[in-house]
Design a binder for this molecule. Structure first.
Ligand SMILES: Nc1ncnc2c1ncn2[C@@H]1O[C@H](COP(=O)(O)OP(=O)(O)OP(=O)(O)O)[C@@H](O)[C@H]1O
Ligand SMILES: [Mg+2]
Length: 257
């Protein structure tokens, strides 16, 4: 089990953009944390710093209590699913899933049987069992996204990072996948940080939500607490009003039937 700490973390890009400011945040071991906020508020930057894909300008990031600022991505045992998912174009779906595991060496090395059983489990879960022999260019966008998700999950990393992983899926599949992601999380208890700009997605997936605006953390609490006791006007408008409006719309639709 692995916890994550951000201590006074800030990111200033080369052009002077201050994307993240003074971030203090604990992701508890085994927690499903959702980072939510409007476009440009610093969600992806936060995730990329944790993954080691972006340098930390100020402060410290710790995994399991150990500072990781200077560790390369590979040494952090983190699984990632990003908005733009790159699959290996010349490998089959199955090879895309297993590639990361076949590279595991020494103590971490997995037997062929273990790899096969994980492929079976994950491909059934994600509904891609029939696609194992295909290549990425033969898949739809949603199917590719599920393969990318499978590739991150199958390795069972210490920490799982997801940046809008369901954005290319249709509404029905997105709902299904949300339920599956939650179920998977309950089963494996992997510490997870999930980024979305969708309030409903955040509310339904998270153990705790982190709401950001302008690179700054606005509130960090359970979905219920954020909704019932918004920390400030921004949270009230971004979260509470938005959800109330969705509920109103749903009620109007039902009352017209
Ligand atoms: N490489 C970069 N160089 C300079 N500025 C950047 C860079 N990447 C991001 N930014 C800026 O940093 C801020 C935060 O960007 P970030 O991508 O973290 O936002 P986000 O919350 O993920 O937004 P979205 O919901 O649109 O994905 C934005 O103002 C963005 O323009
Ligand atoms: Mg982003």
């Amino acid at each position: 089990m692995s916890g994550v700490n951000f201590i006074d973390v800030a990111k200033t890009y080369e052009d002077g953009t201050r994307a993240v400011k003074g971030l203090n945040l604990e992701v508890k071991s085994g927690e499903f944390l959702v980072l939510v906020g409007p476009s440009g508020c610093g969600k992806t930057t936060t995730l990329r710093m944790l993954a080691g894909l972006e340098e930390v300008s100020e402060g410290e990031i710790r995994i399991d209590g150990a500072k990781v600022n200077d560790l390369p991505p590979k040494a952090r045992d983190i699984g990632m699913v990003f908005q733009s998912y790159a699959l290996y174009p010349h490998k089959s779906v199955e090879q895309n899933l297993t590639f990361g595991m076949e590279m595991m060496k020494g103590q971490e090395a997995l037997s062929g049987n273990e790899i096969d059983s994980r492929v079976k489990e994950i491909s059934n879960l994600l509904g891609i069992a029939e696609l194992l022999g295909k290549r990425p260019k033969e898949l739809s966008g949603g199917q590719r996204q599920r393969v990318a998700l499978g590739r991150a999950l199958i390795r069972r990393p210490k920490v799982l990072l997801m940046d809008e992983p369901l954005s290319n899926l249709d509404a029905k599949l997105r709902n299904q996948m949300r339920i599956e992601l939650r179920r998977l999380h309950e089963e494996h208890g992997t510490t997870t940080v999930y980024v979305t700009h969708d309030q409903i997605e955040a509310m339904t997936l998270a153990d705790r939500i982190v709401i950001m605006d302008g690179g700054e953390l606005q509130q960090h609490a359970t979905p219920q607490v954020c909704y019932n006791n918004p920390a400030n006007d921004f949270v009230r408008e971004f979260l509470c009003q938005h959800i109330d409006e969705m509920v109103d719309t749903a009620n109007q639709i039902v009352s017209k039937r």
